[in-house]
Design a protein around this ligand. Structure first.
Ligand code: NI
Ligand code: MN
Length: 225
């Protein structure tokens, strides 16, 4: 399992011969200008919610790769109307792919489309098979529901927002890591815009004090699980 970071909340999971892209926001992110979108060819695109900073490049990448979009019912319907292959989920439900499952779990956030129209409820996902379980929280506040994830799964790694303002900050993300029971966190949704700028050294140190590794990947780089 390899996790590549494309900036903001966009990551790509690669395992066996599959690639799952999550929340592509690349062309609108100055910090990700060296990422070549045309080289991103996932099999699946997982979307946590309808905000611009999570869906901006979905249409382009889905059309160039023929990827299936997995999202809540409202977002799936939106992309289905654009001729993209979609699979709709809602909280508690799972998508069964070839060699993995993706379970849609609760996230505390909002989910309007960029034009203000209704984007359904925000989601997190557990992407799992016999070899791994990864929790991608999406944009969310800390919620006690995360304990349910720790009860059901042995989470190897969690991808958590840490930028505060629109989502959890570092302190709550540490608690989230404990709730789901993981010792490894990839931090996302920080330092893209001024309101979510954080001191990354202090963040790593705060996680370390709780014996949790906070991995902050440079854009384009990979983490191997
Ligand atoms: Ni959001
Ligand atoms: Mn966001």
């Amino acid at each position: 399992m390899k996790i590549q970071y494309f900036g903001h909340s966009c990551v790509q999971l690669s395992f066996q011969d599959k690639q799952i892209l999550i929340d592509p926001f690349i062309s609108g992110n100055e910090q990700a200008k060296d990422i070549q979108i045309e080289n991103i060819q996932p099999d699946y695109i997982l979307i946590t919610h309808a905000h611009q900073d999570h869906i901006l490049d979905v249409e382009t990448i889905a059309k160039q790769s023929n990827a299936s979009v997995i999202a809540n019912f409202e977002i799936a319907t939106y992309f289905s109307k654009k001729g993209i292959d979609t699979f709709a989920l809602n909280h508690g439900g799972s998508f069964t792919g070839n060699g993995f499952k993706a379970k849609n779990v609760n996230a505390i956030h909002t989910s309007s489309f960029p034009d203000g129209s209704y984007g359904g409820q925000p989601s997190g996902y557990i992407i799992h098979n016999e070899d791994f379980a990864i929790y991608n929280a999406g944009d969310t506040a800390l919620t006690y529901d995360m304990k349910l994830i720790g009860e059901e799964f042995t989470i190897d790694l969690a991808i958590l927002p840490i930028g505060d303002c629109f989502t959890m900050g570092v302190k709550d993300a540490i608690k989230a890591a404990k709730f789901v029971g993981t010792k490894q966190v990839i931090g996302v949704h920080y330092n893209t815009f001024p309101p979510i700028e954080i001191n990354t050294e202090e963040a790593v140190k705060a996680f370390r004090e709780e014996n949790i590794d906070l991995i902050l990947l440079p854009i384009g780089k990979e983490h191997h699980l």
